[in-house]
Design a protein around this ligand. Structure first.
Ligand SMILES: [Mn+2]
Length: 379
C-alpha cells in the first residue's frame, strides 16, 4: 500500500514585492507551483491514498485565486480516484465558528475527505483487500478541546493498518514549535507504536521524530529559517506489517542565506568589497537571498552604498541586508527587525520583566489579544 504524506502547502501565501508580468506576487505563484508539482508526482506515481496534515491554505480567508487553484488541483486527484484525507491546520482554522470553514468547499468533491470539525474522526478504506484506518485530529479552537480529543485516540484492531494524522507542535524533550499563538501541543508520548504511521503537519522542516512518526515539512520555503532545507513530501509504503518511507524533494526556487560577514574592525571599503563578493557568488538572478553583517560599527553601516547593492541585485526575486550593529551603548538597530505575532511579542515582553504576577498578566493579556484578533477576523 502506497500513501503520500504532504503538509503545510500554504496556498495563498505571498511575500516580498516581486510580481509576475501579470502583476501577481511571485512567491504566491511559486507556492502554487510547488503544490502543482506535488499533484503531478501523485498522478504519476498513483498512490492508494494521500494524506494532507494541515495548512493547505495560508489563511482563514484565502484569496479567490488560491481557492480556485486548490479546487483545480484537488479535482485532478479526484478524477484519478485517489482518495485525499485532509485536516485543518492552525493557519486556515477560524477562531470563531461563525466565520465558517474554508474546507467546506471540499465537502462535495468525490474522493476528498476534509476534516475540520475540531473532533477526532476515523476514516477507513479498503485498499487491495486490506483495511486502513486514518485517525485524524484536526486543529481545534480551544487547546483543552484538542487535548480531550487526543485522549480519545485509539488504534483500531480490526484494521490492518492504523495511521494517526494531526497538526501541531510535538513537545517532549525538544519542541517542534512554529511560535504561533494558536498552535496546539501534541505530547511526544502520543507518538506510540500502536500506529503503523504517524503523519504530522505544522513544523516546516522535514523531520523524523520516531521510526513511525514524521513531519513532512512544508512544500515551499517561507522564511529564511527554511533556506537550507529541502522541501517536499513523504512516500510511505506499508506492506506485511513493515514501513518504508522515502522523502521526495520538490524542485523549488533557491533561497540563500550565507554565513554572516564578520565586520569587526573592517573599514567601509572592506565591508563593501565583501558584500560585492558575496553577491557575485550568490548570482542573484531569480533568487531570494539575505546577507547578514555581524558586528558592524554604526558609522560604517551608515556609509554603505545601498544604491550600488540594488544595482547588483536588480534581477533577484528578493534580497535583504540584515545588519547586527556593534553595541556602542543603547540597543542595536536592525534593518530587518520585524514585529512578530502580537501574542508572541507580548509573551516575550512579559517573560523579560521582573514581575510577581506574570502568569495572571500573561493570561489576561493573551485573552484580550485573542478576542481582538477573533473580532478582526470575523469582520
Ligand atoms: Mn504551517
Amino acid at each position: 500500500m502506497k500513501i503520500l504524506h504532504v503538509a503545510d502547502t500554504h496556498l495563498g501565501f505571498s511575500a516580498y514585492r516581486k510580481a509576475t508580468p501579470d502583476g501577481i506576487n511571485q512567491r504566491e505563484i511559486d507556492t502554487y507551483h510547488a503544490f502543482e508539482q506535488f499533484v503531478d508526482c501523485a498522478i504519476h506515481s498513483k498512490p492508494d491514498l494521500i494524506i494532507h496534515a494541515g495548512d493547505l491554505f495560508d489563511s482563514v480567508r484565502p484569496n479567490n485565486r488560491a481557492i480556485t487553484f486548490a479546487i483545480k488541483q484537488i479535482l485532478r486527484l479526484s478524477k484519478k480516484h485517489i482518495p485525499l484525507v485532509i485536516i485543518a491546520g492552525n493557519h486556515e482554522h477560524p477562531k470563531l465558528k461563525e466565520t465558517g470553514h474554508i474546507f467546506s468547499i471540499f465537502d462535495h468533491i468525490d474522493h476528498v475527505y476534509p476534516i475540520y470539525n475540531a473532533t477526532y474522526e476515523q476514516h477507513s478504506f479498503n485498499i487491495h483487500a486490506e483495511k486502513i484506518t486514518i485517525h485524524a485530529i484536526p486543529q481545534c479552537e480551544v487547546k483543552k478541546q484538542f487535548e480531550d480529543e487526543i485522549k480519545k485516540l485509539k488504534s483500531d484492531n480490526t484494521s490492518d493498518y492504523n495511521i494517526f494524522l494531526s497538526h501541531g507542535a510535538v513537545t517532549g524533550v525538544k519542541a517542534f514549535s512554529m511560535n504561533e499563538f494558536n498552535e496546539l501541543i501534541i505530547p511526544a508520548k502520543v507518538l506510540s507504536k500502536d500506529f503503523d504511521y504517524i503523519a504530522l503537519g505544522h513544523y516546516h522542516a522535514f523531520t523524523r521524530l520516531a521510526d513511525n512518526a514524521f513531519y513532512a515539512g512544508s512544500t515551499e520555503r517561507f522564511t529564511f529559517t527554511d533556506a537550507h532545507d529541502k522541501k517536499g513530501f513523504i512516500e510511505v509504503e506499508l506492506a506485511g506489517g513493515k514501513l518504508k518511507t522515502t522523502f521526495i524533494a520538490l524542485n523549488i526556487r533557491e533561497m540563500i542565506d550565507p554565513k554572516p560577514i564578520k565586520c569587526t574592525n573592517l573599514k567601509l571599503e572592506q565591508v563593501m568589497k565583501k558584500i560585492t563578493q558575496t553577491i557575485q557568488e550568490i548570482k542573484p538572478k531569480e533568487k531570494t537571498f539575505r546577507i547578514t553583517l555581524d558586528d558592524i560599527p554604526s558609522h560604517v553601516y551608515r556609509g554603505i552604498d545601498f544604491d550600488k547593492i540594488r544595482k547588483m541585485t536588480g534581477n533577484a526575486i528578493h534580497y535583504e541586508i540584515k545588519a547586527n550593529v556593534a553595541q556602542e551603548g543603547g540597543s542595536p538597530p536592525s534593518t530587518t527587525s520585524r514585529i512578530d505575532a502580537l501574542a508572541h511579542e507580548f509573551k516575550q515582553f512579559i517573560d523579560s520583566q521582573e514581575l510577581k504576577e506574570k502568569e495572571v498578566l500573561l493570561e489576561l493579556g493573551l485573552g484580550y489579544i485573542e478576542k481582538i484578533e477573533a473580532r478582526e477576523e470575523g469582520k
